[in-house]
Design a protein around this ligand. Sequence first.
Ligand code: AMP
Ligand code: ZN
Length: 134
Amino acid sequence: MEDCIFCKIVKGEIPSYRVYEDDSAIAFLDINPMARGHTLVVSKKHVEFLSDMDPDDIGGMFRAVGKVGDSIQKRLNPAGINYIVNQGRTAGQIIPHVHCHIVPRNDGDGLEFHPKTIDIPEDEMKEIAERLKV
Ligand code: AMP
Ligand code: ZN
């Protein structure tokens, strides 16, 4: 898609610190990293939301996520990794082209991915689960 920064990176029209590429996805370092090795895995197809993707494309993208995560684990040896997909502006998605963040974690790094939780009554939990059944 024209004017999409990640499509331009996929096509090689703008530079990136590329670490992986296959038929479905590319991976490159995030330009504003939360940690050393913070990597983005980006679908080669321009789709805004994960939930709009073809299942095979999701499979292809997450195969790449697994490979890159494995490489990060083996080569950087972090204490942990957060895999994050933001969908929609409210959820923090700035670039409207589906991507997964891979963020290496280490003790005391100061990152926080556990915001507050809410209490939901039992009957409402059941109702929500019913609505979501696929
Ligand atoms: P999100 O908030 O999930 O949409 O994340 C988009 C990410 O893309 C941000 O973490 C940005 O730092 C990153 N980003 C934006 N432009 C570039 C670029 N040209 N190269 C690498 N990462 C980028
Ligand atoms: Zn795009």
